[in-house]
Design a protein around this ligand. Structure first.
Ligand code: XIL
Length: 314
């Protein structure tokens, strides 16, 4: 049977997964499936600032380079994740009270170093991640506090200078539906475009649950499309209260199918990435107490109803 990536290619869509580098190194079945089923990959952790620059000025590109090498061997495009975020920052950065001038120079350097290192090998960069609160106000982070809201436009300009060919994305969660948060993202990216800031797309994470399918995702993607932006589903998973049963697994399949269908119905929705594809390796149980089983394959790599639903939709 054709793989997911073959089916997706017929729609000009890339289908992707986040990749856990320990699993990629240690688990041959995992490695085989990443290579065969997907046409784009996202490093789950190894392009985050705390991994890339654990000590100031001392970069460790090794794990990220391994992923980029794997992708090249398998004809996969890489989603770079992530340049500006408030989580998984190195201690040297968060433990010191830098002045605005210092912090701005640090952020600029980080973006030039990182985007420059991978120049020409990254398809889409998540330039800014999770900058908004649920009510649509800007999140109180080290970046907003110290640099003010202009850090967002600056980050996109610097990333574009460092790799003019990469597609630059704003990425966030709980922006699947039309709501206060996605309205704020819409206003931001519209204004950035008007100002000539180089932004190419909006990433919708899609960390979802079986009992809350998005209802307005399609119209939401379409309004970004109308601005001339690409869109992407960047981190899809659909968690449930454990243990799974037939009804929850069917509900999960319906949510995955709906999200993929909305992406397929959007002209410039260019990739559909899941945040892990097997319940064997998932961030969900460690983050959401009592929840799990959020992925397309079970912990033995057996297809769940969600996998069949995604295949059928493609
Ligand atoms: C998560 C990873 O999956 C975990 O392994 C890590 O401990 C924390 O980060 N939104 C994002 C991702 O943009 O980077 C997060 O990834 C999940 C939520």
């Amino acid at each position: 049977p054709p793989t997911l990536r073959t089916l997706a290619a017929r729609h000009d869509l890339r289908i992707g997964t986040a990749v856990d580098m320990s699993a990629l190194a240690d688990d041959a079945v995992y490695r085989q499936r990443v290579g065969s089923e997907f046409s784009t990959v996202t490093p789950e952790n190894v392009m985050k600032w705390e991994v890339l620059e654990p000590q100031r000025g001392q970069y460790d590109w090794s794990a990220a380079d391994r992923l980029v090498g794997f992708a090249r061997q398998h004809g996969q495009a890489v989603r770079g994740h992530v340049l500006v975020w408030h989580n998984q920052l190195p201690a040297w950065l968060t433990a010191t009270d830098f002045s605005a001038d210092e912090l701005r120079a640090i952020l600029r350097q980080h973006i030039f170093d990182t985007v420059g290192h991978f120049r020409g090998r990254i398809w889409q960069w998540d330039v800014v991640n999770e900058a908004f609160n649920e009510d649509g106000t800007l999140r109180d982070t080290i970046w907003l506090r110290t640099l003010g809201p202009g850090y967002i436009a600056d980050a996109f300009r610097w990333a574009h200078q460092a790799d003019p060919n990469a597609k630059l994305f704003y990425n966030d969660y709980n922006i699947e539906d039309v709501n206060a948060k996605s309205d704020a993202v819409y206003a931001l990216v519209r204004d950035l475009r008007r100002q000539g800031v180089p932004i190419d797309g909006v990433g919708v994470q899609a960390h979802l649950t079986v009992d809350a399918a998005p209802t307005t995702l399609r119209q939401n993607l379409w309004r970004f499309d109308r601005l001339g932006l690409d869109t992407a589903i960047t981190e899809a998973d659909v968690r449930m209260v454990m243990p799974p049963d037939a009804a929850k697994l069917q509900a999960q399949a319906d949510v995955y199918r709906g999200v993929l269908g909305d992406c397929l119905a959007t002209r410039h929705c260019i990739s559909f990435t899941v945040w892990g594809f097997t319940d064997k390796y998932s961030w969900v149980p460690g983050t959401f107490t009592g929840e799990g089983a959020a992925n397309l394959l079970d912990e033995n790599f057996r297809p769940k109803p969600a996998y069949d639903a995604v295949r059928a939709e493609l």
